[in-house]
Each structure stands twice: as C-alpha cells, then as structure tokens.
Design a protein around this ligand. Structure first.
Ligand code: GLU
Length: 307
C-alpha cells in the first residue's frame, strides 16, 4: 500500500440522509482521520431520474453541519458522477475491446425473477441466454425496438476481500454473482462500474460504508483489477435497523433534516457515537473530539437496533 490514505464520502442524492447514512459517513470520516489521511466527497448522482441537485446540496450541508469536513470534492463538478460519463465510457470500451461485454435484452421482469434469492443457487447466467445470441438474433431484437443493457462477463474465479471489520469475504464471481450490468438500457452507467472507476481514478485507498454493500466489494475489487488499478481496502460498518428493517430514505421521520430541527450537531454526533460503541453514553461531542476515541474494535459487528 502507498503511504497516502484516501477515503471517500459517496452519497447518492436521491433523498435526505437518514441516521444510517450518517453513521456510515461518520465511520468513514473517523477512519480516515485516525489514519491521518484525506477524504473526498463524491456525489453519486448518476441516475438523472432519482437524484436532484437539491438533495446534493442538502447532503453536503448536513455533513458540514456535523463537522464532517472533506479535503476535496463536490461541488467541483469533477466529483459529481453525472459529469464523469466520459471516464465510464472509456472503461466500458476497454472492457468491450477485451471481449468482456455483451448486450442483454432481458426484460426487467425477467431480471427480477432471476434475482429472487434462492440460497446456494448457482447464479452463473441468471437464466439469461443473451450471451449466446447470434448476430442475426441480436439484429432481429434491435429491429423490433429492443434496447439492451450491457453486461460484463465475470470469470469462474473466487475473489476474496479482506474486510477490515468483517474479515475475509469471498465470492466465486461466476457462481455467486454472475455476469452483471455495467450499463443500463437507458444508457446510464451502472453503480458497479461507476464506483469502481471513481475509486480507482480518485486514488481511493479506504472504502468505509454500510455492510449492505459488502456483497458488492468482490465485484468492485475485480473490476478495478481488470481495469488495471489496485483495489482499495474495504471496511464495512454495521447498519442501523429499525424494527428489524434496514433504514431507508423512505423513513422520512428519521432524516437528518428532522434531527436538525431538534438537535445540535454535537447532540446528534453523541448519539451516533454511542450507537457505534465509541461513547459509553450519548453525551454531546464534537466530531474532532471523537477521533482519539475511534477504534474499529469498539464498533459492533451486529446491526444496531434503534430504540
Ligand atoms: N452511493 C451509494 C449509496 O449512497 C454508496 C456507494 C458506496 O459507498 O460504494 O448507497
């Protein structure tokens, strides 16, 4: 590993942040501060339908309000995924030239049916036969107006990510994941490609985020290696759960915007730090005063119920 540590905040401006997002941001910030590194703020605003500039501004403002500052990034457009399409296109063409990309004409319904969880199931092709289509069959589908999504062909290879909090996590890409979409039928580059290209080109060495994304880490490590980069170290954190459900942006009552009306930043940080195992009681505290208290060993492994 190089000497410089670079972490990132990578929010999707598709809604207001909730406590779970804030916990992930706090852990990412503390991790980098404790290692003496720098942090970039990247807006993951790829999806023009679900994300808005207003949410992006609010998220950045919430981070500043909490004292979770960043060294570079948004609002510089070079750190907004919506301005980075050329870079995703270069990576896409690189994979395409190496014969790793093929069009997939499956409908959304077919994909949803194929991705329904069946434990132990072989995901090799998700019931998708598109990689075997002949040129004539593809032309016929195109002529009928079908627009394909684009999938990357994964190897029959086990990729192990050494997660800093959850330990080794392995997936055989072909069996456990299967070929996956890197560009949607509407032309929008998919999360897996964009995040891998960005982490690689932004020199990110530490990816700290919620445990729900651990499942994506082997795919991202493989994509980065395939594109000629060095994968970052991954460190996933526990999720906050409410009534046994992961928090989502739909639960508006738990959004930062609500807390900002009733809490000081110090009070909210104290609650988050207490939930994260860093403080014995939810006492108000400033972000910078949490740095010396930070230790991944104190952070729970299990998801954290919100009272
Ligand atoms: N933008 C993603 C989200 O907000 C996070 C991506 C990542 O951390 O890799 O869920």
């Amino acid at each position: 590993m190089g000497t410089s540590v670079t972490g990132r905040f990578a929010p999707s401006p598709s809604g207001y942040m909730h406590m779970g997002n804030l916990l992930a941001m706090l852990l990412a910030w503390l991790d980098v501060c404790a290692l003496g590194g720098r942090i970039v703020l990247r807006m993951e605003d790829l999806d023009p339908v679900r994300t808005t500039a207003e949410y992006a501004r609010t998220i950045a403002d919430d981070l500043r309000w909490l004292g979770l500052d960043w060294d570079e990034g948004w609002p510089d457009p070079a750190y907004a995924q919506s301005s980075r399409t050329d870079l995703y296109e270069d990576a896409f063409h690189d994979l395409e030239r190496r014969g790793l990309v093929y069009p997939c004409y499956c409908s959304r319904a077919q994909r949803l049916a194929a991705s329904a969880p069946h434990p132990g199931e072989d995901h090799r092709d998700h019931g998708c036969r598109c990689q075997y289509l002949t040129a004539a069959e593809r032309s016929a589908l195109e002529a009928a107006g079908r627009r394909p999504a684009w999938k990357v062909r994964v190897p029959d290879e086990t990729v192990t990510v050494m997660d800093g909090h959850y330990g080794p996590f392995s997936q055989n890409l072909a069996r456990d994941v299967g070929d996956f979409i890197i560009r949607r039928a509407d032309g929008v580059y998919a999360y897996q490609l964009a995040v891998s290209v960005d982490d690689m080109l932004m020199g990110v060495t530490r990816v700290v985020r919620g445990r729900d994304l651990l499942d994506s880490a082997p795919r991202q490590a493989w994509l980065i290696r395939t594109l000629g980069g060095t994968p970052p170290e991954f460190c996933h954190g526990p999720l906050l759960i409410s009534e046994h459900e992961k928090l989502s942006k739909r639960l508006g009552s738990l959004s930062t915007q609500t807390f900002r009306r009733t809490h000081t930043p110090e009070a909210l940080l104290g609650q988050l730090a207490h939930l994260a195992g860093l403080l014995p009681a939810p006492e108000p505290i400033k972000a910078k005063d949490l740095v010396p208290l930070f230790d991944w060993d104190k952070v729970p492994i299990n998801d954290i119920p919100l009272a």
